[in-house]
Each structure stands twice: as C-alpha cells, then as structure tokens.
Ligand binder design. Sequence first.
Ligand code: NM2
Length: 507
Amino acid sequence: MKSKKSNIDFSMIVIVLGFVFAVVAYFFISPDQSKQIIDLINNYILSNLGFVYVLLVLGSLFLGVYMGAGRFGHIKLGEEKKEFSEFAWAAMMFCSSMAAGFIYWGSMEWVFHYMKPGLGIIPFSAEAAEYAATIPLFYWGFSAWGIYLIPAVAFAFLRYNLKNERFDVSIACKPLLGKYADGIGGKIINIIFLFGILGGIGTALGIGSPLVSASLNHLFGIEDTPSLRFWVIVVVTVIFTISAYNGVKKGIRVLSNANIILMLLMVIFIFFIGNTGFIVKMQTTSLGLLIDNYFKMSTYLDPVNNGGDPESWLVFYWAWWLSYAIFMGLFIARISRGRTIRQVIFGGLGYGFAGSFSMFSVLGNFSMDMHLRGVMDVVKGVTENGGPTTVIEMYSKIPFGTVFILAILVASILSMATSFDSAAYTMAMVSSKQISLSGSPDKRLTIFWALTLAALPMVIMLFNGSLAHVQALSVVLALPTCIIYTIIVISCFKMFSDYEKTSGHSL
Ligand code: NM2
C-alpha cells in the first residue's frame, strides 16, 4: 500500500500556489495596475477571440447530441448498477454548476438586456422585454449545459470502462496528444485546468457574496461593506470545505439535495405569489423565440456595429461555462457510474435546461412584471443601487418578504457551497497520483484546494475590486482551458475508434 503522502502530486500544488501568491502579492503592491492588466487582456479577448468561444460551444452541442443519439449512446459507463438515484444525480449535477447566480441572474439578468438589447431592437420596447426574458434561457440553456457532457463521457469511459487509476485531465488528452500528454505536458494540462476553476469559481463567489451581504444587511441591519463580504466568503468557505471533506456520498449529495429542494420551493412560491398569468404567457412566448432564434443567438458577434452587446455577454458567459467545463466533466463522470452515455448526455441537457428554465423564467418574469406594472422601478434600482441590493429590495415587497429573504440568504450560501465543494473535490482528484475505483482523494488535499479557491476573490474583494474584475479574470483564465477542452473532445471520439480497433469489435 502506498502511504497517503506519496499519493499527492506536490508539483501541481506548488505551481498553482505560486501563481495565486503572485497575483495576491501584485494586488497588495499595485492594486490599480493589476486590475488594469486584467481588464486589458479581457478586452482583447472580448473583441478579438469571441468567435473561438462561439464555435467551440455550438460545435460541442452538435457533437454531444450526435454522441448521445448515435451509435455510442448505448454504451454503459462501467458494469455496475447506477450509483445514484435519478433525483440525486440531477440535483448534484445542477447544484455543482449553479451558485447564487440562480437568484441574482435569475431575477435581474433581463434588466441588462432590456436596457441594451442590441440586434437592432429598440431599448425598453415590448420587443426588448420579450427578448430580455428569452436570452437568459439561452445563456443558461442547452448549449451551456452541453459544454460539460463530452468531457463527462470521456472521463467516465476512461475511469469505469478502461479502468484508469488516475482521475486526471491529461489522460483524457492522450488519444490525441500521445506521449506529449505525459510528463511535463500532462502537468501543464492539469495546471491549466486548475487555473480555469480558480477563475470560474472566483466569478461565482464575486456574485454570490454581495447577495449574501445585502440579505444580511436587510435582515439584521449589518452595514454592507467590503469587509462584510470578506467574512461572507470565509463562512461559505468553511461550509463547503466541510462538505467537500465529507466527500460525494455524505457531504456533497446531502447538501445538493437540500439545496435543490429549497431552490424549487422558492421558485414555486414566487410562481404563485407573482402574476402567474404573465409568467406563463412570457414563458410560452420565450420558448418560441428561443427556438426561432437559436442559431442567431448562438453566433451573433455584431461585426458591423461592434456595439458590445450582446457580443460581450455571449463571450463572457461562454468563457465562464467553459472555465467550469473540465471540472464539471470530472465531477459528472464521478457521479455517473452505471449510466449509459445517452443517459448522461440527454440527462445533462434535459435536467440542466429544465432547471435553468424554471428558475430563470419564473424569477425573471416575476421581476419584469413588478417593473412593467410599476410596483417597483427595477431598472432604476439596478442602475443606481446595483443588482444585489435591488434583488433584496424587490423581494422585501412580497408577502412573507422577510422569510423569503432569509431563504435567499440560506439558498445563496448553500448553492455556493454545493458548487465549490465539488470544485475542491475534483481539484483534489486531479492532484492525487492515484485513486482506487471506489476511493476518494486525500482529505487534506481537498481542504487545501477549498482554501485556495477562496483566496483570489477574497483579495480582489478586499481591494475593492469590482465584480467586473473577477469576471474579467475568469474570461482570461478560461482561454487556455478552451485549448484543453478542444483536445478532450477530439480525443474522446478518437478514444472510441482506437478502442474499437484494438478490441476488434464495435462499441
Ligand atoms: N456557470 C455559469 O453563480 C453561479 O450561479 C455560477 C456558473 C454555470 C458556469 C454559475
């Protein structure tokens, strides 16, 4: 038996920690300049490389559907029975990807598109409102969830069918890169993956913690300052560290089930308490608009006017989802033993879309209705006081408002914890040298990654960096992830055809 210590790949830890220290130190020494550098790279990517993200995401949706519906679909990932029930699987998949964004973006995203719809639509018009209710369903819809699924299949096949003892990223690149995926090459791949997560989770924390601090401010009158947000991150970190420490079965599954039930209760409550007629009508309208405009929404980069919207939204969102892609692929693989490829692909697309649709269309249309009926000027609230404060102010106006805000507080913390615990857990899997088929990574490693995940956004918040900087950082860190992502997708198909050649029978 190997000792636990020798199972940790320290080289990866040293490099990632070195990077985090370097960024943190730079923020201490020169906060303004470091924010400027992040913005500069971010702007370059937004205006020049958007097409890369767009083609990658659309391409992977096509390939995913092809993989699930085609001849590989029936392949079972491992011989065993399904490890998790349908509900637990869907809940864990959904909750590891969604954090407090379901409340924040769910309730407020429409405002930004209503003000600046682009696409030749007149701002604040009826058309702008319908478009604003629809486009979030696209940014959080099929293409988005589709990003995770080919990596999930690749990692699961490697692990459960080819019985690989490592759960790392470089192995999934091997069919295409051959020996270049070993040694230093492999380490670079794993490190790029770890950086991607740091950026992606940073953005989620950057959105969630102001929402939590705004609820604390409303409920208990605590002043909403950067240091309160800092402490919010500390509390969330403690919770998700404990959950990740307890692993998938005891920690992550339990927290995710609780989280999804609370999310659903909140959405059902708002559905009935709000203008249900308006919500249902807009949901139906949005479905048609979504289907009608799917490809336009997927590729529109505004080449002539270069107006910025919706191009920057598209690139930001795809970068953000892509920065989660490999981590979610690993995580979905971890919970998918015993499922077929078809179940993973269509389960991921179906549950993902259904979850996003119900949350965004109910919370968003509820809030749009409050605005259009003049109950509250939500647009003014967002532009003058910011999104988080406006979310809380709006929900304080409904019956049982205080209870609902308490629910927002708990759901934001829970949903952040259920994303970050799976992230820390997969980071620990990748930086372990070996994990037995039913085993878990070293708990110390899991704690270590949980703390590292929180470090960057904490520092950016402490230095009064805005959410825009955290978002920019995630777009920047997602770029190298795109390269690895592409390699994994191609490798997955190559892996299947190599397997057929060597085993002599078709899959
Ligand atoms: N996504 C966009 O705050 C959040 O809900 C995190 C992350 C799914 C990659 C969402």
